[in-house]
Design a binder for this molecule. Structure first.
Ligand SMILES: [Mg+2]
Length: 201
């Protein structure tokens, strides 16, 4: 089966029709979640506040690296970091991990044009917190092709954020959320459910 990005790799290589060329002047974005997507998020201890807890997801370097190098997508990180900056999650425990992630991925050609991190807690219901799109105003412009942009994330909030953006979603999941996606009427938003980075490519 051809990968999801086959067409985009073809476009990026210049083998495209004139109508495709007009569309590609608008930037397509991959909005990429961090925890559970780029790195493992342990269920029992989801706050990644030390380098000991940092583990990248299998295949992310190879396959996201190829997507980054071979397609024209702009990469943007969007992450909820519950209570970041409070006593329970001081910033000085966050940044060494975050910087390690960014620098390690950059070494594989994976560069983020922007990084949006919400610090709030769920009960605050902030519009900036996923699935809210309060941090993403700038992408609603004629410079960006949101319809053909993709959210990659591991939670239902990532799928909902894709819907809120008018984009689609790749859900990093073993299939256990498939029914939930259908129940919430999000099957058309969710173009792929997989926990295998190779399948995404
Ligand atoms: Mg996540």
């Amino acid at each position: 089966m051809p990968g999801l990005f086959t067409d985009y790799r073809r476009q990026a290589s210049g083998k495209q029709s004139s109508s495709e060329r007009i569309e590609t002047t608008m930037k397509k974005v991959l909005f990429i979640d961090r925890d559970g997507t780029l790195i493992n998020e342990p269920m029992e201890d989801p706050q990644i506040d030390s380098l000991d807890k940092l583990k990248f997801t299998p295949g992310v370097f190879t396959w996201l690296g190829r997507i980054a190098r071979e397609t024209g997508y702009e990469l943007v990180m969007v992450s909820n970091q519950d209570g970041l900056g409070t006593a329970s999650f001081p910033e000085e425990t966050f940044w060494p991990v975050q910087n390690m992630i960014i620098n390690t991925l950059a070494g594989e050609g994976i560069h983020f044009e922007a990084i949006h991190i919400d610090h709030s807690l769920p009960h605050e219901n902030k519009p900036t917190r996923k699935p809210g799109i309060g941090m993403l105003d700038k992408y609603f412009s004629d410079q960006y092709d949101l319809k053909n942009s993709i959210v990659i994330g591991d939670r239902m909030t990532d799928v909902e954020m894709a819907k809120n953006l008018g984009a689609t979603c790749i859900l990093i999941n073993d299939g256990s959320l498939q029914q939930k996606v259908a129940e919430m009427g999000l099957s058309s938003v969710c173009q792929l459910i997989t926990h295998n980075w190779k399948e995404i490519y």
